[in-house]
Ligand binder design. Structure first.
Ligand code: UDP
Length: 236
């Protein structure tokens, strides 16, 4: 049974990259396979993509750059990733539209607009949101929470390298257990760093559920969770 009709998938920039490539074609192809598996079941898919594989404002500021300029560069990096995802969609006969929180002209992409996004989603197009919130000093996780709320997503899927939220770091302690579901309150009390506080609080205040999962080893995981299989951790 399909549990979530409209999803927001948050992909970090690093989720697209490898040691050899800033945007790895093989990883991108697997991302598209995951998305396609959901689309064929008539799930509406929106994406918010990060830019950490190219630039992060905080890292640029640490090396001496103005933080706000660095954040602008970070946001533009997310636009590059969004264009790559959109191009990969096109090559796989998936219609998509790239929207940006920053105004970008020249036919590169559209401005983020929740009404247009919802319309495109209802037509089966993938909406790829870039430039996060469009303002410096935020993250694309906060952008994901914001866009997820704007489009009334049923779930914010946060793809990570680990397949859920664990009681302890599973790489350090092999006895660590994965939670299937936890509440927002528990996540805060246990100091589980799922997203930055701004993003997390937005989700909590608006009741946007978060699913932390991994699509690294299996392109079916996303669809399996949508169908109710307890593979990641759901925060609600
Ligand atoms: N950024 C920003 N405002 C936003 C979202 C992102 O200024 O609303 C900038 C910020 O510099 C950030 C960079 O864009 O470091 C890339 O985003 P993020 O670090 O969230 O990417 P991810 O870690 O998901 O790849």
């Amino acid at each position: 049974m399909i549990k979530y009709k409209r999803i927001l998938l948050k992909l970090s920039g690093e989720a697209l990259s490898s040691e050899e490539h800033t945007i790895d074609p093989e990883i991108l192809s697997n991302v598209i396979k995951s998305i396609k598996s959901a689309l064929v079941e008539n799930i509406e898919v929106a994406i918010v993509v990060g830019g950490g594989n190219i630039f992060r404002g905080s890292a640029l500021a640490n090396s001496g750059m103005d933080r706000i300029t660095g954040d602008h560069m970070g946001m533009l990096a997310t636009v590059i990733n969004a264009l790559a995802i959109s191009d990969a969609c096109k090559r796989n006969n998936i219609e998509s539209v790239v929207m940006s929180g920053l105004a970008i002209g020249g036919g590169v992409c559209e401005s983020a607009n929740h009404n247009k996004a919802k319309k495109a989603l209802s037509k089966g197009k993938v909406v790829i949101f870039s430039a996060g919130t469009g303002s410096p000093c935020f993250t694309t996780d906060t952008g994901a929470a914001l866009r997820g709320i704007e489009i009334n997503a049923d779930m914010l899927f946060k793809a990570t390298k680990v397949d859920g939220i664990y009681s302890e770091d599973p790489l350090i302690n092999s006895d660590a257990v994965r939670y299937e579901a936890i509440s927002y309150k528990e996540a805060i009390e246990r100091n589980l760093k799922i997203m930055d506080m701004t993003a997390f609080t937005l989700c909590q205040d608006h009741g946007l559920k978060i699913c932390v999962f991994s699509m690294l080893n299996n392109t079916n995981t996303l669809l399996e969770i949508i169908k109710g299989k307890p593979l990641g951790t759901i925060v609600s």
